[in-house]
Design a protein around this ligand. Structure first.
Ligand code: PLP
Length: 381
């Protein structure tokens, strides 16, 4: 049976060129980058070249890129560090962030004397920036704002330029989870004045288990993982050299091909929306995901006219037909409580129906979409 992978917001297929570069490094460059002999220096040079390539693409300084194991670690590193080392006592965030952010905040609340404010989220999943201003105007605490760029479930794009300006006006630090946008958009962080952002290689056809955090110069973060002086002492541990090289390669290719690939994937998303609306009665879309300007081109979140209690079976049947998509978000699969994002923005009637996230990549085709929609149609009726 052939399979169709429409879960690219959960993770992506590694590009062949990326796999080749990883393979070369893993076979030949086994020196520890901390060693001072030639083997070590050679590995170190690869790590530093990758750091420079990533920094150049995002228009930041090499010294501002800290390699991590991925997005979850990056979010933890920044948020915990702001509380533990920078004296932040107030976190302003939203209820529709990724769990890497929401659970980190919940966990900090258990042991730290901090307060948390949640910015209002509109029914379409947009963040109320007036509410953000209001909260920041009222607070006298040292504050960190944590708001993601692109929502991984509904695709809504938050204007992080505007958020950064608001944070500057009210003297708050700003962290943005940019896991769904780095590698998919041309981002210039010389212009976007965030203090911290995080990325993850496996979201842009790179390897799993590697990512990076951007820490703006002079931010004064303290050690997050202790035990060595790697990554400026912030994150000790021998660097995953092959993964770091693979991540840099993946980012370079994604950005080089961005215009063409964005056009192709946008075409798939548009086709998917048109076809599903034509073929299935009473289908709706969650958040802004059907809007091509206010949501990412990489995903759509569909509300089907199917009772939620049959959702597990529905997913199972799709899986049996070789179709991979996601119920809300990947992190939610198997969870009885459903998506925290959809719960926040849907009314009770819609929340009692099945929502599926389909996310696209250059490896998908319109034929695949035709097959997927025909199967959904069969199962929904
Ligand atoms: C928005 C967002 N943040 C963080 C993460 C976690 O990234 P990682 O899998 O690299 O830990 C994800 C992955 O699903 C994500 O979509």
């Amino acid at each position: 049976m052939s399979t169709i992978y429409l879960d690219n917001a959960a993770t992506t297929k590694v590009r062949k060129e990326v796999a080749d570069s990883i393979s070369l490094v893993i076979q030949n460059e086994y020196g520890n980058p901390s060693s001072t002999h030639s083997y070590g220096r050679s590995s170190k040079a690869l790590v530093e070249l990758s750091r420079k390539e990533i920094a150049d693409i995002l228009n930041v300084k090499s010294s501002e890129i800290i390699f991590t194991s991925g997005g979850t670690e990056g979010d933890n590193m920044i948020i915990r560090n702001c509380v533990n080392n920078l004296g932040v006592t107030h976190i302003v965030s939203s209820k529709i962030e990724h769990h890497a952010v929401t659970h980190t905040i919940d966990n900090l609340l258990l042991s730290k004397n901090i307060k948390v404010s949640y910015v209002e989220v509109f029914e379409n999943g947009d963040i109320n920036l007036d509410d953000l201003k209001y909260i920041l105007k009222e607070t006298t605490d040292k504050t960190l704002v944590s708001l993601m760029h692109i929502n991984n479930e509904i695709g809504n794009i938050t204007d992080i330029n505007a958020v950064a300006d608001i944070c500057k006006t009210y003297d708050a630090l700003f962290h943005s989870d940019t896991v769904q946008s780095v590698g998919h958009y041309d981002l210039d962080f010389e212009k976007i004045k965030v203090d911290f952002f995080v990325a993850s290689a496996h979201k842009f056809h790179g390897p799993k288990g590697v990512g990076f955090a951007f820490v703006r110069q002079n931010s004064n973060l303290g050690p997050y993982i202790t035990g060595g002086m790697q990554e400026k002492g912030l994150r000790a541990g021998t660097e995953s050299v092959h993964n770091i090289v693979g991540m840099s390669e993946a980012l370079k290719i994604s950005i080089k091909n961005l215009a063409a690939e964005k056009k192709y994937i946008t075409g798939l998303k548009t086709y998917f929306i048109d076809e599903i609306e034509n073929k299935i009665k009473n289908v709706k879309f969650n958040g802004n995901s059907a809007d091509l300007t206010s949501s990412t081109y990489t995903l759509v979140n569909v509300l089907l006219p199917v009772k939620r209690k049959t959702g597990g079976l529905f997913m199972f049947k799709l899986d049996m037909k070789g179709i991979a998509c996601s119920k809300g978000s990947a992190c939610q699969s198997g969870s009885e409580t459903g998506s925290h994002v959809l719960r926040e923005i849907q009314d009770n009637i819609d929340n009692d129906k099945v929502s599926l996230r389909f996310s696209f990549s250059i490896y998908n085709t319109k034929d695949e979409i035709d097959f997927v929609i025909s199967q959904i149609n069969e199962l929904a009726n």
